[in-house]
Design a binder for this molecule. Structure first.
Ligand code: ADP
Length: 317
């Protein structure tokens, strides 16, 4: 499994030359092969550019999370990784400005993880300094009764990013095949049907000009224990702690199984899952940031053409 995954990991020399690594099929404007969506409105689907150590799930592959080491550091040193992260943030900020100015396509970044998996921390770190005007974060909680009166995708579709925007989903439509499955909130035939519906939904988004980047933050059970203990031990972390988290932990195995099924069934050529070894926060932040920067670079957003006759214009007193 690990070996098989090796070939999907980012280039080993990605540390040195990530810009070069991002010049591939998507960067050249070639449409994707296979079952990638046809062009709609002239949009070319862009595939994610996973950074070193991230495991991209191949369509049709059966994922075993136990086979993926959550503690990998990709060969990076902690302090060096922090410096590299700053450079990746700068790249994201510059590319986000172009995406916003271009106003043609959008990026949807989905984060899923088990409790304490680090979704909040990743979002805070990776998007630091990004112009808030071009970026929106949505955190999905237990659906309201009004939301439950609609189809399960309704509340997510309402919040997908419009042209020029980066949308960030902190939890997402995947909850409807994760917590819903684990806690038996809907009958099995209902949640089983949803994998295909999710793939169709993401296909629609992709074909409409939205690149969908899906990160699963993979931590080990021991790491979760440490993080929960830290939340209990440190009063300033108490707000993050809910005693119900300890009950949820008892369902660790059921959640891992539900995650594996979601990752296996919903990895498509146009929106593959990216499994991020996430025990080390500094490594997780770096590889997520680099993947976002490389993917935005592959999208190659362009500033619109300037109106004619601007050069040399004088501004009157
Ligand atoms: P977080 O853990 O994301 O920081 P909360 O502690 O408020 O935020 O937890 C949000 C809760 O909402 C989680 O327990 C999650 O499983 C639940 N939730 C999210 N989406 C759904 C859904 N579609 N159906 C049921 N529960 C959901």
């Amino acid at each position: 499994m690990t070996k098989k995954h090796g070939k999907h990991q980012g280039a080993a020399d990605g540390q040195k030359d990530s810009a070069k690594a991002s010049q591939g099929a998507a960067g050249t404007g070639e449409p994707l092969a296979g079952s990638a969506p046809a062009l709609v409105g002239g949009h070319i689907p862009i595939v994610p550019r996973p950074a070193p150590g991230i495991v991209m799930v191949e369509p049709g592959e059966t994922v075993s999370l136990a086979a993926i080491d959550a503690s990998t550091d990709g060969g990076f040193e902690k302090e060096a990784a922090r410096e590299l992260l700053k450079a990746e943030r700068t790249r994201i900020q510059a590319l986000q400005e172009r995406l916003y100015a271009e106003h043609k396509r959008s990026l949807l970044v989905v984060f899923q993880a088990i409790d304490t998996g680090g979704k909040d921390g990743t979002i805070r770190s990776v998007f630091e300094g990004v112009n808030p005007q071009g970026c929106r974060v949505w955190s999905f909680k237990v659906p309201s009764t009004a939301e439950l009166d609609q189809d399960f995708l309704w509340r997510y579709h309402l919040r997908t990013p419009g042209r020029g925007m980066i949308g960030i989903f902190n939890r997402s439509h995947y909850e409807d095949v994760l917590v819903v499955r684990v806690k038996d909130l809907a009958p099995e035939p209902v949640w089983r049907e949803r994998y295909g519906l999710i793939n169709d939904f993401e296909r629609l988004l992709t074909a409409s000009g939205t690149t969908v980047l899906k990160f699963f933050l993979h931590i080990s059970k021991d790491e979760q224990k440490e993080r929960l203990e830290a939340r209990i031990a440190e009063p300033e972390k108490h707000w993050k702690f809910d005693p119900a988290d300890l009950v949820e932990r008892k369902s660790w195995g059921a959640y891992q199984k539900a995650f594996e099924d979601a990752l296996s069934r919903c990895s498509t050529p146009y929106a593959p899952w990216l499994v991020v070894p996430a025990n080390r926060k500094w490594y997780r932040n770096l590889v997520v940031a680099r993947t976002i920067a490389d993917t935005l670079e592959a999208m190659a957003p362009q500033f619109p053409e300037a109106k004619e006759g601007i050069e040399g214009l004088k501004v009157e007193d």
